[in-house]
Design a protein around this ligand. Structure first.
Ligand code: AMP
Length: 378
């Protein structure tokens, strides 16, 4: 028996992996993405390769979808809000609107009594200078909307640099947020799913290593104490309940030297730091997301293999090609099928599973697929 047809907004690699997880469950997919080379588009029953403001496509996409989901946050909010009126869209538009805007996101977390970095909206270089003086720490200046993978961010160390950073990010044309610079010990994330029936499950906590603002690797289990692990899972559950989440949510957190956890960002969908679930757990984040939005019973995630997930960007592809044939049996390659390998562009990832995290890290070091991110092998 076939399940519903899912209308997928956005057709990148997350969409591709949703389709790969959903087809064996009996789901079908149509994709709306203006990019003719969209990784998910080529796997779909139908690819609506049209701009997101096409009214005609909106009607047709709606007619062809039993329920709609989005796979990245930069889908125009008005489109999602309109679709929500016409077709079942379990994730909803309001969480999207929260996650699209860093200040709304932090205010929402505050309302849920979840700790974050100090933050302030800054509409002038003078306001940025005040943050520097008040917090007595460097400041990370970020665009409120549209930034991802470290884009749209400047570290500002001193008052004399405020004006240049503000101009650099075009602060007079768009909203900016200043965040106090956090000397965190490590970064972790929790992937949590809440079904339309209210059932909630978290995946094992992930430790993330970033390079130049882009996720380089994820390590599972995260190298944190049992107490911190519990705290992280509790925070994720509290957020999922507080938001009445439907679907998957990725919650990025900073572990501070005093053991405090501060939430950085939310992503209301499967997430790069959850890719390890494809090979390390009994259910992957993509299947769990589909189960959640379809209102099907969720699976309780269990880690069966410690896993290191390594992101492979355009510049890592030559090394990958050299090693591809000889990768170890427990290395699982996930290739996104993008035509052009540009530096910094996410092309593929590798999940390396082993009996222990140390073994996986040692194995990975032998392969030198990409230069080891600082701190990862310590
Ligand atoms: P974001 O786009 O907010 O996820 O930021 C990208 C990366 O910048 C994060 O993964 C952190 O490594 C770093 N970062 C973000 N916010 C802060 C902060 N307030 N203090 C220090 N580092 C940060």
């Amino acid at each position: 028996m076939m399940g519903p047809t899912i209308g997928l907004l956005g057709g990148g690699q997350l969409g591709q992996m949703l389709i790969l997880a959903g087809l064996p469950l009996g789901l079908r997919f149509v994709v709306w993405d203006p990019d003719p080379g969209s990784p998910a588009g080529r796997l779909s029953t139908r690819h609506f390769c049209k701009p997101y403001d096409s009214k005609e496509t909106l009607e047709e996409f709606t007619r062809n979808s039993d329920l709609v989901t989005y796979e990245f946050e930069n889908i125009p909010y008005p489109l999602v809000a309109e679709l929500e009126q016409k077709v079942s869209l379990p994730q909803g538009s309001s969480l999207l609107s929260i996650c699209q805007h860093r200040i709304r996101e932090k205010q929402t977390l505050q309302k849920l009594s979840i700790a974050t970095a100090p933050f302030q909206s800054v509409a002038s270089a003078g306001a940025l200078e005040e943050c520097l003086q008040q917090w007595q720490t460097p400041v990370l200046l970020k665009t409120c909307m549209g930034g991802y993978d470290g884009k749209g961010q400047r570290k500002v160390d001193k008052v004399a640099d405020a004006e240049a950073a503000f101009q650099d990010l075009q602060g007079d044309q768009r909203e900016l947020i200043a965040e106090g610079w956090l000397p965190f010990e490590r970064e972790i994330s929790v992937l949590v799913a809440r079904s339309t029936t209210g059932e909630i499950h978290c995946f094992p906590v992930v430790e993330n290593v970033h390079e130049a603002g882009i996720l380089a690797s994820s390590l599972v289990p995260a190298r944190i104490s049992a107490d911190l692990n519990r705290k992280a899972l509790n925070i994720a559950t509290q957020i999922a309940q507080g938001l009445q989440l439907n679907g998957m949510l990725a919650i990025e957190m900073f572990v501070m030297p005093d053991g405090q956890l501060l939430v950085n960002e939310l992503a209301p969908r499967p997430h790069n730091s959850g890719h390890y679930t494809q090979d390390g757990t009994n259910v992957c984040q993509f299947e769990q997301h589909l189960r959640a939005i379809c209102g099907w019973p969720l699976r309780e995630p269990k880690l069966h293999s410690p896993t290191v997930m390594l992101n492979l960007l355009g510049e890592h592809i030559p090394a990958l090609q050299a090693w591809h044939a000889g990768l170890p049996a427990e290395a699982h390659l996930h290739w996104y099928g993008k035509a052009e390998a540009r530096p910094g562009r996410k092309m593929a990832h590798l999940n390396l599973c082993a009996a222990s995290l140390d073994e996986a890290l040692e194995e990975l070091e032998k392969w030198k697929l990409r230069s080891p991110p600082k701190g990862i092998y310590t």
